[in-house]
Design a protein around this ligand. Structure first.
Ligand SMILES: [Zn+2]
Length: 64
């Protein structure tokens, strides 16, 4: 019988994008303004990018 571990892995992945503190749901990643809430931006060294539409948001370095 094939093991269905893929589903578990995916849900674990999603958990890393959120953090629940008390009753608050904190998003650790930004979502794509073009694709909507369900699409997270992939974090790169100096930018955030959407893998779906190609939207890129540059992170301004904070020096303070
Ligand atoms: Zn997008």
């Amino acid at each position: 019988m094939p093991k269905k571990k893929k589903r578990n892995r995916e849900s674990e992945k999603v958990y890393k994008l959120y953090r629940i503190e008390g009753e608050k749901l904190i998003r650790l990643r930004k979502t794509c303004p073009k694709c909507g809430e369900g699409f997270f931006l992939a974090q790169h060294k100096n930018r955030l990018a959407c893998g779906r539409c190609g939207y890129t948001e540059f992170i301004s370095p904070k020096k303070a």
